[in-house]
Design a protein around this ligand. Structure first.
Ligand SMILES: CC(C)(COP(=O)(O)OP(=O)(O)OC[C@H]1O[C@@H](n2cnc3c(N)ncnc32)[C@H](O)[C@@H]1OP(=O)(O)O)[C@@H](O)C(=O)NCCC(=O)NCCS
Length: 79
């Protein structure tokens, strides 16, 4: 149905990526995958993660804000 990943690069920053199959979108899958992944990360001592969001996709910010505290910055049209 979907996949959520949290990868850590050379910078040490944890990067979140989420993809839900078209036919399963808007049924809570992305929210559940993300919340579950972040719960696991938190339990392992991760205190912050980063996600790139397209400027048009404000709904993703609303969904992320429901999962945990959020800080938003704008960079080249991306949030
Ligand atoms: C973005 C994505 C991961 C969200 O997953 P999802 O399972 O569809 O999301 P949810 O069902 O958990 O919905 C979360 C909220 O976003 C809203 N939402 C989801 N897709 C939306 C869309 N295309 N337009 C507007 N709102 C949308 C839902 O209505 C819900 O809000 P609500 O609770 O206020 O109704 C999924 O749509 C997707 O894979 N999109 C393509 C890839 C992408 O854009 N990834 C994000 C960047 S990494």
């Amino acid at each position: 149905m979907g996949v959520a990943t949290l990868g850590v690069g050379a910078t040490g920053i944890f990067e979140l990526a989420v993809l839900v199959e078209d036919g399963w979108q808007r049924q809570g899958v992305g929210t559940r995958l993300t919340a579950s992944l972040l719960d696991s990360a938190r339990a392992r001592g991760v205190t912050g993660i980063h996600a790139d969001v397209l400027g048009d996709d404000q709904f993703i910010l609303r969904a992320l804000r429901r999962i945990g505290p959020l800080t938003v910055s704008i960079e080249s049209g991306r949030l």
